[in-house]
Design a protein around this ligand. Structure first.
Ligand code: G3P
Ligand code: MG
Length: 265
């Protein structure tokens, strides 16, 4: 069932409560990852310049407990430095180059603090799916600290962000701290704990969206049927192919996470 053209926004959770949201068909994955270094301020500006209405970002903690926007547990791929994010303080992390790996034109781009990313997001008027992506063992405190920053910064008159995670403890903390922010249950075959008994877990966490790995769509139609048989708003990551996106929308998926803000143009 396709409700319109691929670029139409879709209203979800219209249950008469205060969580009604207008979701776009496309959410910029890590900003505009195909066109700028992922999870940087440049990536947010690029996404906004390209007309993206919502972005997805990953948040984790530095050793000294500052919430930073970064995907990997290790520093190597994005910064060229060795070691673990969890072993480095914010004052040192912010000196690393997070842009040169992408191209010379982004040399000197830095790992953003959550506060800096929120400033850009709020200033540019874009929506946010914040993925809590804790370093191992820091599932609870990552959610606690990130959501504390988020709830203090997010304007009351702007639709709430979606909080998602593969980590059930992080989602549980989100439910306890800010129940009114919709939660997204991230599910992937690479994260076994999200797949076992997923319906019970999603129900316990009172999630609004089910954010599923594209690999289910490719390899596991039975599982996709399970997703479609629920009332959850369905979102799929990471989709960089237009015909796949259209198939997903036709099946009933509301939004895709894409590295390419212009995929549906
Ligand atoms: O939130 C969707 C997607 O970002 C989850 O996977 O590994 O890209 O953070 P990953
Ligand atoms: Mg992510």
């Amino acid at each position: 069932m396709n409700t319109g053209s691929t670029n139409d926004n879709v209203i979800v959770f219209p249950k008469g409560d205060n969580t009604a949201l207008r979701l776009p068909r496309l959410i910029g994955h890590r900003g505009a990852r195909a066109y700028a270094p992922e999870n940087t301020l440049a990536s947010l500006h690029t996404a906004a310049d390209m007309g993206v209405e919502w972005v997805e970002l990953d948040v984790k903690l530095s050793r000294d407990g500052e919430p930073i926007i970064f995907h990997d547990e290790t520093l190597e791929r994005v910064t060229g430095a060795s070691g673990l994010v969890a072993d480095m303080d914010w004052k040192d992390l912010k000196e690393l180059d997070a842009g040169a790996h992408f191209s010379n034109s982004f040399v000197d781009e830095r790992i953003p603090h959550l506060e800096q990313a929120l400033d850009v997001i709020i200033d540019r008027g874009i929506g946010l799916n914040l993925e809590i992506k804790p370093c191992p063992g820091r599932e609870k405190e990552t959610a606690e600290i990130a959501l504390d920053w988020l709830s203090r910064s997010w304007p009351d008159d702007v639709p709430p962000p979606i909080i998602s995670s593969f980590q059930l403890v992080s989602l549980e903390m989100s439910l306890m701290m800010i129940p009114e922010y919709p939660r997204g249950y991230l599910i992937s075959p690479n994260e076994e704990q999200t797949v076992d008994n997923w319906q019970k877990k999603a129900e316990h966490l009172d999630v609004k969206t089910l954010n599923f790995d594209l690999s289910f769509f490719k390899d596991n139609p039975e599982m996709v049927k399970e997703f479609l048989d629920t009332d959850y708003t369905l979102m799929c990551f990471t989709v960089n192919d237009l015909s796949q996106a259209e198939e997903l929308f036709d099946m009933g998926v509301t939004s895709i996470f894409s590295d390419m803000p212009d995929l549906l143009d």
